[in-house]
Write a new protein. Structure first.
Length: 261
């Protein structure tokens, strides 16, 4: 999508017209015209450039330099926190932080000084804000899974993991278990996992006879469904992430060249 001009609001449009009321009478001052490339005549070596023009150029460069210094100081103050938080090894999160900061800065400026017609101005602000919110979700990729896992966990009782301490040191966690009476019902993790009703015997987790096999079977079925829902959550989290990437691509394609005045 190529950049296109945007209609100005009435106040700005009238102000620009009033700056040079004679600008619409230039036809009366034309002496001659001819075809050529842009700036051919202006930079013709045989053409002498007047002192007034040279002074004007010099003065413009001075003003531009002053503006650069002034805006540079403003940017250092505004961007200090973002820049200080960047790390050379940061990839996507570093880029996202910079994009968010720039869009927030753009939104603030557009709200205060935007010259477009109100409907154009509000659409630009709305799409920029939507992009900032989208980038915020994309900043922490694991949050996609955490959000889906939280939805799954809310549907089931609080599960516990088996915590194993080793004589040589170290700790591991495994499996998902639900309390039943004095024991636990669930399935171990790893290769050839055991499942059923477990109790602790001399500090070790061992299969035991269930006090209520019907209830044990019901809880085991619940554990299996929980694992199915968790796997579905992984797939849905990936779909959520892909959807946000597609949405970001569309927002940038449709609006990137519109975020200007």
């Amino acid at each position: 999508m190529l950049m296109q001009s945007q209609p100005l609001n009435i106040t700005t449009s009238e102000k620009l017209k009033n700056q040079n009321p004679e600008s619409f009478k230039r036809d009366e001052t034309i002496v001659s015209q001819h075809m050529g490339h842009l700036f051919d005549d202006f930079f013709d070596s045989d053409k002498k450039i007047g002192i007034a023009t040279r002074i004007g150029w010099k003065w413009r460069r001075i003003k531009e330099k002053h503006y650069d210094i002034k805006h540079g100081m403003r940017n250092r103050r505004k961007w200090r926190k973002t820049i200080n938080g960047l790390r050379s090894w940061a990839g996507f999160d570093g880029m996202i932080n910079v994009m968010q900061m720039h869009l927030r800065d753009y939104i603030e400026t557009e709200e205060k000084y935007g010259h477009s017609l109100e409907e154009y101005k509000q659409r630009k602000i709305a799409t920029a804000k939507e992009t900032v919110e989208l980038l915020e979700r994309m900043k922490e990729p694991h949050d996609y899974l955490f959000r889906r896992r939280d939805e799954v966990n809310a549907k089931y009782p609080e599960y516990q993991h088996l915590i194993t301490h080793y004589a040589e040191g170290g700790v591991s966690t495994s499996g998902d278990f639900i309390a039943q009476g004095d024991g636990w019902v669930g399935k171990e993790a790893g290769k050839d996992p055991r499942e059923g009703y477990f109790e602790f015997v001399d500090g070790r987790f061992e299969l035991a006879d269930s006090p209520d096999q019907e209830e044990t079977d019901r809880l085991l079925a619940q554990v299996k469904q929980y694992h199915i829902d968790v796997n579905d959550a992984y797939r849905q989290a990936e779909a959520d992430s892909d959807e946000d990437f597609d949405k970001l691509a569309k927002l940038l394609k449709d609006n990137l060249y519109s975020w200007w005045d």
